[in-house]
Design a protein around this ligand. Sequence first.
Ligand code: PLP
Length: 503
Amino acid sequence: MKKDMHKSTSGRTSLVHDEPLIFERSVAGRSGHSLPETFGDPESALQHIPEYLLRKQPPILPEVDEPTVVRHFTRLSTWNHGIDSGMYPLGSCTMKYNPRINESLARLPGFCNLHPYLPIDLCQGALQLMWELADYLAEISGFDQVTLQPAAGAHGELTGIKMIRAYHKAKGNPRRRVLVPDTAHGTNPASSKLSGYDVIEIKSGPDGILMPAAVAQVMDQDIAAIMITNPNTLGLFESAISEISDIVHRAGGLVYCDGANLNSIMGITRPGDMGIDVLQFNLHKTFSTPHGGGGPGSGPVGVSAELAPYLPIPIIEKQADRFSLVESRPDSIGRIKGFYGNFAVMVRAYVYIRELGAPGLKKASEMAVLNANYIRARLEGTFDLPFPKRSMHEVVFSDKHLEELGVSTLDLAKCLLDHGFHPPTVYFPLVVHGALMIEPTETESLETLDEFVAAMLAIDQQARSDPQQVRSAPHHTVVGRLDEVKAAREPILKWTPANPEKK
Ligand SMILES: *Cc1c(COP(=O)(O)O)cnc(C)c1O
């Protein structure tokens, strides 16, 4: 997009403002601050700094006044779609609306000013919160113990697989391979590989579900574990999970469950009761922390009693009313994160669980599943549904119908932006051609779901009457269709002044 410094700032439409780089708003001599005279003469202050530490030239910084800075960043913030501006039906990511109360409690001075080097007696409240949160998560999932340290889901997977390796090693043989279904999130094979295992992919059955026979066929003494996602990334419940667990256990292997999709089963069923040995939670998905764009996460890991000796250190212990951090655990896989994990995310999860209670968590899962099935029921007459089995928290359509109309999954995703919705996850899971993976979450109202369905149906109509309009969408966003190949191959990540000498 061509930027022009003197362009009107009123924007293209009433709400979407065009905005140049802040450097392009720079006016020589303009300043956003004023310092009192008593602050001292900057030149004389420079005398105290050794010559070799001084810049030869002043840094190139934009010279702008305060309102310009505020408006610049406020305008930019309107360019992105966020959960506060509309529904975000990104499958597998659980981008639900997060209650504001989580935020205010995570900001309590006692929590956010706490330093991790404080003596243990001065952080008893924080330790109590962590201890109780781990206890709630153990109860929700049916595990013996939970560590809160991992910083995200993938980090939790890595922690879990490292514990599985330590367990097998203690038995004399770490084994060499891990089984991963073809529907798995890419982090599953990556975590296995990083822990020194080779990955064997297992094909899911024609109904999108893993078949016990397929597992039995490859299971042997060299397989350390199977990594299952349940519900899987097709949004389907792995109904043979107990039978598969038995097959794996009989050959001495362990069952890892990717718990990123726990949003659909809280209070309804527990992974620990399905024969699963270890599972990671994604607090930033199920337990309501804003995420995306690299925001902080938390991937606690629950384990059965057999794996508990291998949990990372430190462990929080409670004796009488006092909490302490225990490091002396000879079989532990060691430390996997600085300090104790992302504490503020834990506060949000704790508040979320306390706020809803057991009945509320169950209702949240029921609503998440109901909402996904509502969208499915409203759209299945129009879009192609590759698997007939009832959906859990998300529904996956293929691009069969779109292809017939001459548009692609990507076109539909871009077109949704013009209707005010963030697109769903596209082209994942890989086993579905041109996948459209929709997860509405429990926080959206019936009216919003209806608006989303109406947008999807309107795009279908437009693809029939004027497919070129769909293929060239979006038309009402600040930035239109990007050249994605060029953006990936020739990224320009830094602003360079046209004439550096003059600056
Ligand atoms: C999000 C997700 C992960 C990875 O979690 P991160 O916190 O992004 O590392 C793993 N598996 C599934 C199924 C997921 O949806």
